[in-house]
Design a protein around this ligand. Structure first.
Ligand SMILES: [Zn+2]
Length: 404
């Protein structure tokens, strides 16, 4: 039943009639009629009705997705699909094109958008480059606010990646959440939406944003939710920062490890998605349960003393290259030289070449992912949207201190 549930505009579930019940009902009604001279006509009629019922049941299945899922897919395709912007390497013109697309989409929802431009030296090539963060703000009744962030640059283009999973899908979800929030009444907490540039070359955009925050802005930030690689892999997770401080460019004195935002998001996820859709990853060496490393845009915020929640799609039950570390994202046999299901790892650690990886590989494209996992991206976009919709629609109560 769980995959037949629907999110209404307030993030609550409503049930629809399961497809098999519909079809069964139609068949029963027709074939229990007494036989008459009109039998053959009735049989034809039955066939038409059967098709109609099946179609109806399919339509009912379709509405089990969050109402904004189809629109979210159009953003994803505009960024990473065929005929879309495609590769969005940091510091390039196509990264600027993606920034322009994000800015104009946010403006179409009524936001006045801030463009935070910055220059940096590429850590790999030592070349001077420039990029930009795109920021939209929904003011609250107070100065307190929460941040929803995701990076829009991509990497590994030389391998064929179009950065669909990493990280166009997250930007697509961020845009849809921004649309939802733009239509809400003002709540106590404001919301800042930030699309970060130049993440793949050292979290440059996120550090730039945090370095320009005043102390008051840092104090008023109630949390930062980061979306990175949120669809495409076997499972969905929500993490907190690590209990051991990140490197923080050598300045970790304000570092904050705080699982409360993760736990609040998980509480919402448990309510609005089928059981066990979102998971807390089990602990493994160096990574206690539910905690993540400093490899994405949440890190500079944790370093600045702000609680973080990080959404990620991967598979922590795979025994990958360095253990159950989340780098192997799927058990799909096409993503392995040879996968041993009984041991949830490679058949042979010496000869394994692929390790179940999607991001930063030629597999990070919508055509590849759709052929490996038909319908998965759509379903996972919907699950992420469902959780964030429910979280932001009731932002004040979800962030209320009594929930700690
Ligand atoms: Zn990423």
């Amino acid at each position: 039943m769980h995959d037949l549930q629907d999110y209404d505009s307030h993030g609550k579930q409503s049930e629809v009639v399961p497809r098999d019940v519909h079809v069964y009902y139609c068949l029963n009604h027709l074939f229990c009629e007494p036989q008459t001279i009109m039998h053959s006509i009735k049989m034809a009629f039955a066939a038409v009705l059967f098709l109609l019922c099946t179609f109806n049941a399919q339509a009912q299945q379709a509405i089990s997705f969050d109402p904004l899922t189809a629109e979210t897919e159009t953003y994803l395709k505009a960024l990473a699909g065929e005929g879309g912007i495609g590769v969005r390497k940091a510091g390039t013109e196509s990264e600027v094109q993606a920034a322009n697309f994000i800015q104009s989409t946010l403006e179409s929802f009524g936001y006045s958008v801030e463009r935070q431009a910055f220059a940096y030296v590429n850590r790999d090539t030592k070349v001077n480059e420039s990029s930009q963060n795109i920021i939209a703000h929904k003011a609250g009744k107070t100065d307190k606010y929460i941040i929803l962030g995701a990076h829009y640059d991509s990497t590994s283009e030389e391998l064929g990646s179009l950065g669909a999973i990493d990280n166009a899908a997250s930007i697509a979800v961020l845009l849809s959440v921004a649309k939802i929030v733009s239509e809400l009444d003002t709540q106590e907490y404001g919301v800042k939406f930030i699309a970060f540039g130049a993440e793949e070359v050292g979290l440059v955009g996120a550090f730039e944003y945090v370095d320009n925050m005043s102390d008051v802005q840092k104090q008023n930030a109630r949390g930062m939710i980061n979306l990175d690689g949120i669809v495409g892999s076997d499972n969905l997770y929500i993490h907190s920062a690590h209990s051991t401080p990140y490197a923080c460019k050598g300045n970790a004195e304000n570092y904050r490890f705080d699982g409360s935002l993760r736990d609040r998001l998980m509480a919402v996820a448990t309510k609005v998605t089928p059981a066990n859709t979102f998971k807390i990853h089990p602990g493994f060496e160096g990574y206690p349960s539910g905690e993540t490393g400093g490899w994405s845009d949440h890190a500079p915020f944790a370093c600045a003393g702000i609680a973080i929640g990080n959404f990620e799609s991967t598979n922590f039950s795979i025994n990958g290259e360095s253990g159950r570390d989340g780098y192997s994202q799927s058990t799909h046999p096409s993503l392995w030289t040879c996968f041993d299901e009984a041991n949830m790892g490679p058949c042979d650690r010496e000869t394994e070449k692929k390790w179940g990886k999607i991001w930063h590989t030629g597999n990070d494209r919508l055509d590849v992912i759709e052929s490996l996992f038909p319908g998965r991206v759509r379903q996972q976009l919907s699950h992420n949207l469902g959780v964030l919709r429910a979280f932001f629609v009731h932002l004040d109560s979800n962030l209320h201190d009594s929930q700690k």
